[in-house]
Ligand binder design. Structure first.
Ligand SMILES: Nc1c(C(=O)O)ncn1[C@@H]1O[C@H](COP(=O)(O)O)[C@@H](O)[C@H]1O
Length: 162
């Protein structure tokens, strides 16, 4: 099966966070490819990635970047696929810089922005799966099973009251 999700990150230093998105995709059986692509440091590769993404068979792109995080928006500028932006937590500004850079897109190049850091990266994978699940019943079933598992765990957590 062709890779359904393209996971891009601005630097290998984003990998510990973006790895969580990849692991979540794996647990849902969704094939993906991953790349370090920086709008700032690799502008030619970025354009190539965005322009070829749809023809390669990708359905959704997850892009993580930190600081002046232009990567998700610049990928969105180069493709009509849905782009999910993951703001990386940063040492200097705790990721608020990343969040604001990713979320405030002008009309015409939307980026669906998740929360800062690890939970956001994992949710990005779920959101990508939900987009794929619109037309893929097997993925939709896996998502429904995950929700049911979460519900049972949350309900059973009441047993921990002392
Ligand atoms: N935000 C961007 C872009 C981009 O948006 O093109 N390229 C790299 N970066 C970010 O710079 C941070 C520090 O990168 P380094 O650790 O490589 O210096 C990373 O979080 C990366 O996503």
């Amino acid at each position: 099966m062709a890779n359904a999700v393209g996971v891009a990150m601005g630097s290998i230093s984003d990998w510990p966070t973006m790895k969580l998105a990849c692991e979540q995709l794996e647990s849902l059986g969704i094939p993906y490819e991953k790349h370090v692509i920086s709008a700032h440091r690799m502008p030619d590769e970025l354009q190539e990635f965005g322009k070829t993404a749809r023809d390669k068979g990708l359905k959704v792109i997850i892009a993580g970047a930190g600081g002046a995080a232009h990567l998700p928006g610049m990928i969105a500028a180069n493709t009509t696929l849905p782009v999910i932006g993951c703001p990386m937590k940063t040492r200097t500004l705790n990721g608020v810089d990343s969040l604001l850079s990713i979320v405030q897109m002008p009309f015409g190049a939307p980026v669906a922005t998740v929360s800062i850091g690890e939970a956001g990266a994992k949710n990005a994978a779920l959101l990508a799966a939900q987009i794929i699940g619109v037309t893929d019943p097997a993925v939709a079933k896996k998502l429904a099973d995950l929700k049911e598992k979460q519900r049972v765990e949350a309900k059973n957590s009441e047993q921990q009251f002392d």
